[in-house]
Design a protein around this ligand. Structure first.
Ligand SMILES: Cc1cc2nc3c(=O)[nH]c(=O)nc-3n(C[C@H](O)[C@H](O)[C@H](O)COP(=O)(O)OP(=O)(O)OC[C@H]3O[C@@H](n4cnc5c(N)ncnc54)[C@H](O)[C@@H]3O)c2cc1C
Length: 301
């Protein structure tokens, strides 16, 4: 079931270059359409344009209410509701997503940026970690922040590490206001927010890390989350697990509710990772259904 059409966030990527099997990359919409065809051929049913609004316990196991008033009953639920990234909303750059402009951390892109001029937008810990990782490969990394100091939003240890990294510079009181290129990112337009002066700089890659929030607000409070609202799963759940058996790696704090992909705390936030986590969750679903634990033992929500 999906509140929108097929493809999730991946559909907004013009070129996914890090998904296995596509040497020259694949557009997010083509990948989504092929995935849809494959799943349909294997017997999956789809319900598009329907938003789930509540998840509660029912005699069958769980009841999912939809925005149109319908209810779906299920013995097991996999939550793969993803995350929503804050976007720069700059047309010239949005056209280059996947071609030098990236949302999320540089998991697989970093080694390909050897000798390149790289920028990271954002002043949080994820931006700091990304910059340090990128600096192992790139010629030079510039962190762009709107505030006057990195310390405003980043942990002390990261601020120290960045200060000691010879290939990382921090540009404070700066925002990205433009940029573009041909088939790939070539330049950025940066504005000094104190003077209002714009500066066009050559750029090979831009990583945008200005905030992501998981789409978990509609879920019951009994499902454990991290402090940013992402679902805790497996060994990360901590106390309060109600069964004798341990949780499966993709299982949430409520037995038989699984989390996969970007919505999961600690997930890699990449298509390949989301697909793999889905496969892991499905294997566990087969196991819990085969074991047929009595509903009475399933505490939680
Ligand atoms: C602009 C952009 C470019 C990217 N480029 C790349 C790339 O090049 N390579 C790469 O590997 N990754 C890329 N990513 C990341 C990648 O798209 C995600 O990691 C991946 O899509 C995560 O898949 P998911 O299924 O976990 O979540 P999502 O793709 O977010 O899908 C979640 C789905 O759940 C639906 N949903 C949410 N709440 C509800 C609800 N209450 N009821 C019903 N449905 C709901 C949403 O409509 C959405 O379709 C990019 C992301 C963005 C935003």
């Amino acid at each position: 079931m999906d509140a929108a059409g097929i493809g999730g966030q991946a559909r907004s990527s013009s070129l996914i270059r890090n998904y296995l099997g596509f040497a020259r990359g694949v557009s997010g919409s083509r990948l989504a359409e092929q995935a849809y065809d494959q799943a349909a051929a294997l017997g999956a049913n789809f319900v598009f344009m329907h938003r789930a609004t509540t998840l509660a316990r029912s005699d069958a196991g769980f009841a999912l209410s939809l925005a149109d008033g319908r209810t779906i009953h299920a013995r097991v639920v996999i939550l793969a509701t993803g995350a929503s990234y804050r976007r720069l909303e700059i047309p010239g750059l949005d056209e280059l997503i996947g071609a030098g402009v990236f949302y999320g951390g540089p998991v697989s892109e970093a080694p390909m940026l050897a000798g390149k001029e790289v920028f990271v937008v954002g002043g949080g810990n994820s931006a700091g970690q990304a910059a340090l990782h990128l600096a192992r490969y790139a010629r030079h990394v510039t962190i762009l922040i709107r505030s006057r100091s990195l310390a405003t939003g980043m942990s002390y240890y990261l601020v120290q590490a960045i200060g000691a990294a010879p290939r990382i510079a921090v540009r404070t009181a700066t925002e990205v206001v433009g940029g573009g290129g041909g088939a790939h990112l070539e330049q950025l337009v940066l504005r000094d927010t104190a003077t209002g002066k714009d500066d066009t700089v050559p750029a090979d890659a831009l990583f945008v890390l200005i905030g992501a929030r998981p789409l978990t607000g509609w879920l019951p409070t009994g499902l454990a989350r991290d402090r940013d609202g992402f679902l805790l799963t497996g060994a990360d759940i901590g106390g309060g697990w109600p069964l004798q058996r341990p949780p499966f790696p993709a299982e949430t704090s409520v037995p038989r509710i699984f989390g996969a992909g970007d919505v999961r705390s600690g997930s890699v936030k990449r298509v390949a990772a989301a697909v793999g986590e889905g496969a892991t969750a499905v294997q566990a679903v087969h196991r819990v259904l085969a074991e047929d634990e009595p509903a009475a033992t399933l505490a939680g929500i």
